[in-house]
Write a protein that binds this ligand. Structure first.
Ligand SMILES: N[C@@H](CCC(=O)N[C@@H](CS)C(=O)NCC(=O)O)C(=O)O
Length: 216
């Protein structure tokens, strides 16, 4: 398998955590946004949307080039059910809970965090609009509270799953915005159970190597 990655992409980070959790072997292909790697004809042939992550699997069924991080996680669990840990474990109901959370991350958390990042990280500081940044920050704060009802001591859906790997990078990206604009108030507003959960994710043996290189 070949994993096309971009440092700082929350979606690519989700796939990296999942590959590690499933103990799969993969060729790691970091791409550079600024060097235009995602616009190269070779990459566009893999993903016409020009986005990371992409997973290319040269399995016995032939060559599969798959993009969309949520679909990649589903594929890894389906195609390699006996390797490493499960991403969608348990009964139909338990798996549905994990899928629901991944949908919630993609449909509610991601747009809010990405908007904040667009206004803070990807807008030059002299052009910052305080009202717009404040509104985006407030939306993120509100969203954080939606995730405060966690099973004590466990992961988002009980067992470690695709839900954890999807949400963690998004929160980390929000906190990254706060590093550049320290008065956003996100870190202080993270509910206690969510803070504890973040630490549990950070203690996973493979977590440290997946931290975006330029965020150190
Ligand atoms: N829905 C996609 C989103 C992927 C995405 O938006 N990737 C961004 C990085 S976070 C990207 O590659 N953007 C291309 C660019 O900025 O040139 C997924 O889940 O994989």
């Amino acid at each position: 398998m070949t994993f096309y990655y971009g440092a700082g992409s929350t979606y690519a980070w989700r796939v990296w955590l999942a590959l590690e959790h499933k103990a799969l072997a993969y060729n790691f292909r970091p791409l550079s946004f600024s060097a235009g790697d995602l616009k190269s004809p070779e990459f566009v042939a893999l993903n016409p949307r020009r986005k990371v992550p992409v997973l290319v699997d040269e399995g016995p069924g032939g060559r599969l080039a798959l993009y969309e991080s949520a679909a990649i996680l589903e594929y890894l669990d389906d195609a390699y059910p006996d390797s490493g840990g499960k991403l969608f474990a348990g009964t139909a109901r338990e798996r549905a809970l994990v899928r629901r959370m991944v949908c919630e991350v993609d449909n509610y958390v991601a747009p809010k965090v990405n908007l904040l990042a667009a206004r803070v990280l990807f807008t030059p500081e002299p052009e910052w609009n305080a009202a717009k940044i404040g509104a985006a920050g407030a939306a993120c704060l509100e969203e954080l509270n939606m995730w405060s009802h966690l099973p004590g001591g466990g992961f988002l859906a009980g067992a470690l799953s695709a839900a954890d790997f999807s949400l963690y990078p998004m929160i980390a990206f929000g906190l990254r915005c706060e590093k550049k604009k320290p008065d956003l108030g996100l870190a202080d507003a993270i509910p206690e159970p969510l803070r504890d959960w973040m630490q549990r994710v950070e203690r996973l043996p493979y977590f440290a190597k997946t931290w975006p290189a330029h965020w150190k």
